[in-house]
Design a protein around this ligand. Structure first.
Ligand code: SAM
Ligand code: SF4
Length: 333
C-alpha cells in the first residue's frame, strides 16, 4: 500500500495507476496501431523531457499514485530509458514500475531490469509465425522478439504476453498462444482490437469481441476455468487446469471494465488523459513550462480527476472534434 491514500475521482474510483508514454516513436509499424508511412513524429521539443516526467510523477506519487507503467511508442527507442527508470524508482511513493514493450531492442537490457526497479514486463506478441509477424508489424524482427521472450523466462521476470486479436490475421494463433501457458509461467492476454490505428477505422460492432475469443478457446480447451479477477483488473482471467500460466481477455473495445478503472495516462507530448477514449483533458506540458508550482500542478490533477467520464463511451462522446482514430503509439495502450 502507498503511504499516500489515493485521490478519488468524481465516481469514487482511486487514482493510483499512471500509464506513461515516454515516446511516440517506434521501430515496428503494427497495422492496428500506425499507418505504414507518413507518420509525423513529434519534434523533440514537443516531447516531455525526463526531468518533466519525473516532476509530474513525484507530484502524482504525493497524491497516491503508486504504480507506473512505462509505454509508448516503443519505450526502448528513447535513449537513456534505463537510467530514467532508475530515477523514477527513487521517487517516494512509487512502488511498482512495469513496462510494455515490443521486444525488438529489449533483450540487451533484461539483465539490469531488477536493478533499475522494473517489476514486470508486458511483451507484445500477436503470432508465432514469422510471416504473419511480418504482415502484422511490417518489419522483420520476429527473432529478436523471441530472444527477448527467452531471456525474460531465463531471468525469471514476471511476464505477460499482449496479443491483439485481429480478424483475418492471427485467429489461427489464438490456441497456440494459450498453449504457451502450458510450460511457461506467463499470462497471455488477448486484447480486443480498438480503432486507434492512426488512420481512422470505424466500426460499431467488433467480430472478435471477448465472448467470441473465449468461445473459440473453449472449443480447443473445454476444461478452461474462469478465475477470480483482482481488483481494478481490466481482464477476464482464465486458466487451463494443470498449465503453469494463465489467460486474460481484455474487452478494450467493449469497455466492460470502466466501473473500476483506476488509470490515468500521460502522453509523450504531455497531454493528460483520464480515459483511453478521451482526446486529452489537460495540456500539462504547456502548463508546467509556464513556471507553475507543484501545488498548482496538484490542483490541476485534482480538477481533472473530478470531472472524469463515467466510462469510455461517455469519454468518446465528449471528444472535441473527431471519433477515435489517433495512433495507439501516441496513447500508450
Ligand atoms: N510499443 C510497445 C508495444 O507494442 O508493446 C508499447 C506501446 S503499444 C501502443 C501498447 C499496447 O497497445 C501493445 O500491447 C499493443 O499491442 C496495443 N495496441 C496497439 N494498438 C492497438 C489497437 N488498435 N487495439 C488494441 N490494442 C492495441
Ligand atoms: Fe509500435 Fe507498439 Fe504500436 Fe506496434 S503496437 S507499432 S510496437 S507502438
Amino acid at each position: 500500500m502507498s503511504k499516500h491514500s489515493p485521490v478519488l475521482d468524481n465516481h469514487g474510483r482511486p487514482m493510483n495507476y499512471l500509464r506513461l508514454a515516454v515516446t511516440d516513436r517506434c521501430n515496428l509499424r503494427c497495422f492496428y496501431c500506425m499507418p505504414e508511412e507518413g507518420i509525423k513524429y513529434l519534434p523533440r521539443k514537443e516531447l516531455l523531457t525526463y526531468e518533466e516526467m519525473l516532476r509530474l510523477c513525484s507530484v502524482l506519487a504525493s497524491m497516491g499514485v503508486s504504480k507506473v507503467r512505462i509505454t509508448g511508442g516503443e519505450p526502448f527507442v528513447r535513449s537513456e530509458l534505463m537510467s530514467f527508470i532508475e530515477q523514477l524508482n527513487q521517487i517516494d511513493g512509487i512502488e511498482k514500475i512495469h513496462i510494455t514493450t515490443n521486444g525488438v531492442l529489449t533483450h540487451q537490457y533484461i539483465p539490469d531490469f531488477q536493478k533499475v526497479g522494473i517489476k514486470s514486463v508486458n511483451l507484445s506478441l500477436d503470432t508465432f509465425d514469422k510471416d504473419r509477424f511480418y504482415k502484422i508489424t511490417r518489419r522483420n524482427e520476429f527473432d529478436k522478439v523471441m530472444e527477448t521472450f527467452r531471456m525474460l523466462m531465463d531471468y525469471k521476470i514476471t511476464t505477460k504476453i499482449n496479443a491483439v486479436v485481429m480478424v483475418g490475421q492471427n485467429i489461427e494463433d489464438i490456441n497456440s498462444l494459450v498453449e504457451l501457458t502450458k510450460n511457461h509461467p506467463v499470462d497471455v492476454r488477448f486484447i480486443e482490437e480498438m480503432p486507434f490505428n492512426g488512420e481512422g477505422m470505424h466500426y460499431d460492432k467488433l467480430i472478435w469481441n471477448h465472448n467470441e475469443i473465449i468461445d473459440h478457446i473453449r472449443t480447443e480447451f473445454p476444461s478452461i476455468e474462469r478465475l477470480k479477477d483482482p481488483e481494478n483488473s481490466t481482464s477476464y482471467g482464465y486458466k487451463v487446469p494443470g498449465y503453469q500460466g494463465q489467460i486474460g481477455i481484455i474487452a478494450a473495445f467493449s469497455r466492460t471494465f470502466c466501473s473500476s478503472c483506476n488509470r490515468i495516462r500521460l502522453t509523450a507530448q504531455g497531454q493528460l488523459k483520464t480515459c483511453l477514449y478521451d482526446d486529452g483533458v489537460f495540456d500539462l506540458k504547456n502548463f508546467i513550462r509556464n513556471g507553475v508550482s507543484d501545488d498548482e500542478i496538484r490542483e490541476a490533477f485534482k480538477r481533472a480527476f473530478n470531472s472524469r467520464a463515467n466510462d469510455g463511451f461517455e469519454a468518446e462522446k465528449r471528444r472535441k472534434l473527431t471519433a477515435p482514430s489517433e495512433s495507439m503509439s501516441t496513447i500508450g495502450g
